[in-house]
Design a protein around this ligand. Structure first.
Ligand SMILES: [Zn+2]
Length: 256
């Protein structure tokens, strides 16, 4: 059976589920953006979402892809990005996670994700998660020397009605060395915090666990408040801030 024949969600024209941008970038850095896209394949009929929710923070990390692209360009680093909405499958979750295919996200119901059969779930995994996972693994294996891995995310300024003051979160899994040295390199005037607004106990470090930890790669997960990267000026500002923090932290890692 050909691969195309196995597809029930994504057509050839809509795929692939993931892409690598700047694949020949020279920096020893692999950037990752799991929530880069709001795209929902036509076969899923918008998952039954209202139009105002299809491009909301529930569907993607607003500004995340633009920020990742700016950093990929500034650092000359390869970027692996998902091309499918996290409401179809959240590539930063393992298949057995309850919220990998969420039927509810914050205050939004996702009708197209309720009462899924095992076959439906398996198709999401095989057509969205597995290609992303495989492309990231291949990209990491293609580096001449072990790269640093930085995953890029954005978060909504208000969560269940509660405002969030943190502007930039540096999240880590078992190895806090890169997040901690980046925190030391944070500029004045930006509210930068370790493990905010989430931490590893929320299950958000799956990509780090799956790809960076087994390879022994220095790694960090970035969370930027999305109102700060909602336009070109904000994206450029945070690409500068993060590029500088990462570069200085990597220099310290090498010299320590
Ligand atoms: Zn995210």
């Amino acid at each position: 059976m050909t691969q195309a024949a196995e597809h029930t969600i994504l057509t050839d024209r809509e795929g692939p589920a993931a892409e690598v941008i700047n694949p020949h970038g020279m920096a020893p850095i692999c950037l990752v953006c799991e929530h880069a896209s709001a795209f929902i394949p036509a076969s899923l009929t918008d998952l039954g979402l209202a139009p105002e929710h299809r491009h909301s923070h529930a569907a993607l990390d607003i500004g995340g892809r633009d920020l990742a692209l700016a950093l990929s360009h500034a650092l000359d680093a390869p970027l692996v990005a998902a091309r499918i909405s996290r409401l179809v499958y959240d590539c930063n979750r393992p298949p057995d996670a309850r919220d990998a295919i969420p039927s509810r996200s914050e205050v939004i119901d996702v009708p197209g994700n309720s009462d899924l059969s095992e076959t439906d779930r398996a198709a999401r995994v095989s057509e969205v998660y597995e290609p992303f996972r495989s492309l990231l693994a291949t990209t990491l294996d293609g580096f001449k020397a072990p790269p640093v891995m930085m995953t890029l995310h954005t978060f909504t300024p208000t969560w269940f009605g509660v405002p969030r003051n943190v502007e930039l979160g540096l999240l880590h899994d078992v190895d806090d060395s890169l997040a901690s040295t980046m925190l030391d390199a944070a500029p004045a005037g930006v509210d930068v915090r370790l493990n905010a607004p989430y931490d590893a106990t929320d299950g958000v470090t799956h990509t780090l666990r799956e790809h960076a930890n087994p390879r022994g790669l220095l790694n960090v997960m970035i969370e930027v408040r999305n109102d700060l990267v909602s336009d070109k000026t904000g994206v450029a500002r945070f690409a500068d801030i993060l590029g500088d923090m990462l570069t200085r932290a990597m220099a310290r890692q090498v010299s320590s």
